[in-house]
Design a protein around this ligand. Structure first.
Ligand code: ATP
Length: 472
């Protein structure tokens, strides 16, 4: 029933595993791909946009929106946002070879294969269900570092087919994108792409229209503008072909948003993606600080154990501990308001820290780069004050160190009285604080999404027009 082939093509270092032999009738296929772009050009979502059009021309039916799956943001070899893509289709058996060939040709043509660090991968899984082990692999790839060996083992086990270029690392993301079935929470993003002549130039979009869209559709779109700086954040910087991307709760909302934003340069094409962006899927809730692993993002309950201090350049560092370990926490300058919250913490405050765990160095312990702080319980903050006069109630004056106190009103002297600790009102309030929009990871759940989370298998059907090669 199955054949297993491994070969190296002269230039591209391709290999194929677990090739499935022909069957008849309509079939379902999940096409995952990743790592097509470099810091100099390209974008894997754009490859998806082109591939959707090519596959449609072949006559396939799309079973869902394309998946834009963000993987572990702490992976050191990512280009930008560690995004991987998956298309889920139904097709007549006789098209299978053509679909694969079209995908391979398109990925090859639009990948920066000569760039060191671009290692495209494609995975084809022909199946009506996504095996639970592949879903588990996706969760692992979102939260920790996984190996190519693990991916290849699953590809063999489930008779998928994989193509890898250069180091073939993209196969990891390609398989993980297939495995993310969005059963826990998800969002949507409508991405509009630029025309070739504008690539590399400053993006031109009417900013006022973005603010108006944000206001009109709130809270159902998110991360359009940074409220702290008043700056628009839907337009990326850099040489990639994205003009802007609008994230939101439903396909209808992001499509509406697309129509409200006024581009000042041509839009070549646009696509609506289903995504795990804004869902906090990268966070692992750990029971004790000693479980914090470098290259993962954690949520842990702990007590502030060292007073916050400001270090160059305006970063705030403090320590937290529990019964198992003490770690540093860093709120960097771009975290904005979160940095100001961190500064107000005092030793004894009980908090939950959310963020990426950075490897310890010779002189530094493991450090959590903060994305969120949940202030659970405030420690009592006291200030030493002179005692009040037992006779007239007026606050006493000190007569010098260990010399006692004197009342200026009734002139009585008190040799044995001590300073008293008086509780201070804390300016900090309990509650959840999130890093500024401009410094949020793609996966960070913004405050606006709290209460809007989705649970269970996605149910939305494809809207009539969910992509187009024409402008909006
Ligand atoms: P962009 O967001 O611009 O599309 P990128 O940031 O996604 O780019 P890639 O060029 O895709 O970056 O590089 C990420 C690479 O890391 C891919 O090869 C992917 O397969 C791999 N990868 C992703 N997640 C993990 C993980 N958890 N463990 C190991 N490797 C991973």
């Amino acid at each position: 029933m199955f054949s297993l082939t491994i070969f190296l093509a002269p230039k591209l270092n391709i290999y194929v595993l677990g090739k499935k032999l022909a069957q008849s009738g309509k079939r379902q296929m999940h096409i995952g791909f990743d790592d097509t772009d470099s810091t100099k050009q390209g974008c894997t979502t754009y490859v998806a946009a082109l591939l959707i059009e090519e596959l449609e021309k072949l006559g396939v039916t799309f079973l869902d929106y394309p998946s834009l799956v963000r993987l572990n943001p702490n992976v050191p070899w990512k280009t930008r946002g560690n995004g991987a893509l998956c298309l889920r289709i139904e097709y007549p058996q006789e098209l299978e070879a053509k679909i694969k060939e079209t995908t391979e040709d398109l990925v090859e043509a639009h990948s920066d294969i000569d760039w060191k660090g671009t290692d495209p991968g494609i995975v084809f899984l022909c199946s009506n269900e996504i095996p639970q082990e592949i879903t588990a692999f996706a969760k692992k790839a979102e939260t920790t570092v996984v190996t190519l060996k693990e991916a290849l083992k699953l590809i063999c086990k489930f008779h998928a087919e994989a193509f890898g270029y250069n180091t073939q690392r993209g196969i990891i993301g390609a398989l993980a994108a297939i495995g993310e079935t969005f059963n826990e929470d998800y969002t949507f993003e409508a991405i509009a792409y630029r025309t070739p002549e504008n690539l590399g130039t400053k993006r031109r979009v009417n900013e006022e229209s973005i603010f108006q869209m944000d206001h009109a559709l709130k809270p159902y779109t998110f991360n359009n503008v940074d409220s702290e700086t008043g700056r628009v954040v839907i337009t990326p910087r850099g040489p990639d072909p994205i003009l802007f991307g609008i994230r939101g709760e439903t396909p209808e909302t992001v499509k509406k948003a697309l129509a409200l934003v006024k581009p000042l340069e041509p839009v070549e094409r646009w696509v609506i993606f289903r995504s795990n962006q804004g869902t906090d899927m990268h966070l692992s809730h750990i029971k004790t600080l000693s479980e914090a692993q470098p290259y993962s993002s954690i949520v842990a309950k702990a007590t502030v154990s060292r007073q916050p201090e400001i270090v160059p350049v305006r970063h705030v560092i403090f320590a937290v501990k529990d019964q198992t370990a003490e770690v540093d926490c860093a709120a960097f300058e771009p975290t904005g308001e979160l940095r100001k919250i961190a500064r107000q913490l005092v030793v004894g405050d009980e908090i939950q820290v959310y963020g990426a765990a950075r490897k310890p160095h010779a002189d530094k312990p493991l450090t959590v780069n903060l994305e969120k702080i949940n202030v659970l319980k405030l420690a009592e903050q006291t200030q030493k004050q002179n005692p009040v006069c037992p006779n007239c109630g007026r606050r006493l004056k000190s007569m010098g160190k260990n010399q006692g106190f004197r009342c200026e009103k009734c002139k009585t002297k008190f040799k044995d009285l001590q300073k008293t600790a008086v509780a201070q009102e804390r300016s900090l309030k309990t509650g959840l604080y999130v890093t500024s929009t401009r410094s949020q990871r793609h996966l960070t759940k913004p405050l606006r999404r709290y209460g809007l989370e989705k649970h269970g298998k996605p149910t939305e059907k494809l809207v009539a027009e969910w992509h187009s090669d024409a402008s909006v």
